[in-house]
Design a protein around this ligand. Structure first.
Ligand SMILES: *Cc1c(COP(=O)(O)O)cnc(C)c1O
Length: 326
């Protein structure tokens, strides 16, 4: 559903689900430093051709972005784009400084390198060029955001990890942090509070707490939504306002990113209060809606509308969208 076209041709390696944000999967970045069994991106680097989304051509990406002036954000992702040589990143990103890409205000790079291979930003052969690239993009007027994936505060306790963070921030790039809530790893409010505090201390902005996706080897790692919300709330209670920028628990589902805002009792019915943080239709965003309370649900599709409604407000429109595309 998210596959965009250029001149009538489907663009591999590019996804355009939300109006203002385009995802780019550069071919050279479709592997990762590690194989996390809880990762939903595994399909991209285990050789399943149908699922593998990869682009070889910078030209196509640039052509698409040039035509789509509604796009403000380019999100480079993978795999892990930080496994790429700097020279490839330069080829993709430097042209965005040209005036025809003025609408691209933000360049985000999703990565786990700050924890798995912080040397990427410090001692690798082309680390210096990478840091120079970030600085050049920032100086050229772009907001550069490194979307760092952290699951646990222990990932930011080494000197090299801190040095990598310092070097990136010295370029004027921001680091925002996101990660999934995973059972046996970080299903604990203290661990999240400590992670968010540590991030703020190091100048990182907490961005998202994700609910483990409904793909792959989810069973072992899943946490019921009710527990996820409890952990989120208890962690929030322990930190100052600067660390309360993490939104969540958020489910990146078909219709959009849905956040559990709370559990409430309305006219005698216990419900989840939900909202779209991001929607396939931008008009869905920030509209509160309600699902029947459940102790066991772990994902959006297991939730039922509250108050005897048959469907959630977005369902018909979403069905139409699915039909339209396939
Ligand atoms: C999260 C996500 C984005 C980025 O959304 P923002 O709300 O702009 O951070 C873009 N595309 C997809 C498919 C996503 O899941």
């Amino acid at each position: 559903m998210n596959m965009p076209e250029l001149d009538g041709e489907v663009l591999d390696g590019v996804q355009h689900k939300y109006r203002e944000t385009v995802l780019f999967f550069p071919a050279q970045g479709q592997t990762c430093h590690s194989y996390c069994t809880f990762c939903f991106r595994w399909a991209q680097f285990v050789g399943d051709k149908d699922l593998k989304m990869a682009s070889t051509e910078a030209e196509k990406l640039h052509g698409y972005l040039q035509e789509h002036t509604e796009v403000t954000d380019l999100l480079v992702t993978g795999g892990d784009p930080m496994v790429m040589k700097t020279k490839h990143l330069v080829q993709y990103l430097e042209p965005l400084l040209e005036p025809e890409f003025d609408h691209i205000q933000t360049i985000r790079i999703g990565t786990k390198a700050l924890t798995f291979w912080p040397y990427r930003f410090v001692t690798d052969k082309d680390a210096e060029e990478l840091i120079d690239l970030f600085a050049k993009l920032v100086d050229g007027g772009k907001h550069v955001a490194i979307m760092a994936h952290y699951n646990h505060w222990q990932e930011i306790t080494t000197d090299i990890a801190e040095e990598a963070i310092r070097r990136i921030r010295a370029t004027g790039a921001e680091i925002r942090a996101q990660g999934p809530l995973i059972k046996h790893v970080n299903d604990d409010a203290d661990a999240w509070a400590k992670l968010w505090k540590k991030e703020v201390q190091l100048g990182i902005i907490p961005y998202y707490m994700f609910v483990e996706r409904d793909t792959g080897a989810k069973n072992y790692f899943e946490v019921p939504l009710v527990e996820a919300f409890h952990i989120y709330r208890e962690a929030m209670k322990k930190v100052s306002g600067l660390a309360r920028t993490a939104r969540g628990p958020s489910m990146s589902a078909g219709p959009g990113k849905v956040e559990i805002q709370g559990i409430a009792e309305i006219k005698g019915e216990k419900v989840f209060v939900l909202r779209f943080l991001q929607g396939r239709n931008p008009d869905w965003v920030q509209r509160p809606f309600f699902a029947k309370y459940s102790e066991t649900a772990t994902w959006l599709h297991e939730l039922e509308p509250a108050f005897g409604e048959e469907k959630f407000f977005f369902e018909d429109e979403f069905e139409q969208m699915k039909k339209g595309k396939s």
